[in-house]
Design a protein around this ligand. Structure first.
Ligand code: HEC
Length: 123
């Protein structure tokens, strides 16, 4: 009897831990602060990036609308999202983002990827 209880307790703890690894990434708490720090200087009203591309990252709606050429976030698919290609430096060097600055830290890019794969929600 005692053994069963111990095994169940260990199992429950393990399940709780693995669930914690795939927590839902928040747009407001996780993703927006990264964009705000690395992109907003140019992609907001009056900024060079907004003027040249139409991409305004001041809020969720602007980010999802994308540039004048189309969306940069494909909800549910980080690998298809231009946003990810640019910050991972997979596109032409002239359009790596953030423009003229070192790449965003890998851990932060991972958060952006997870958020997009989880549906790019306004959460
Ligand atoms: C220093 C200013 C600056 C910063 C910071 C910046 N951008 Fe840009 N961005 C630009 C400019 C200017 C363009 C227009 C293309 C060019 O001149 O290189 C552009 C273009 C783009 C485009 C359109 C690319 C295309 O041709 O389809 C995307 C998407 C983009 N930026 C995303 C971002 C993201 C995401 C960040 C933050 C990680 C960011 N930018 C940070 C200035 C900036």
């Amino acid at each position: 009897m005692l053994h069963k209880t111990v095994i169940l307790t260990v199992l429950t703890a393990f399940l709780a831990l693995s669930a914690g690894c795939t927590r839902e990434v928040s747009f407001k708490k996780d993703v927006f602060p990264i964009l705000s720090e690395n992109c907003l200087a140019c992609h907001k009203a009056g900024g060079e990036g907004l003027a040249k591309t139409g991409l305004n990252m001041e809020n969720y709606e602007g980010l999802m609308k994308g540039t004048k050429f189309g969306p940069i976030v494909v909800a549910g698919s980080a690998v298809s999202s231009t946003l990810v290609l640019l910050v991972e430096r997979q596109a032409h060097p002239s359009i790596n983002m953030p423009k003229g600055q070192p790449p965003i830290a890998a851990g932060k890019i991972k958060l952006i990827r997870q958020w997009i794969d989880q549906g790019a929600k306004n959460n």
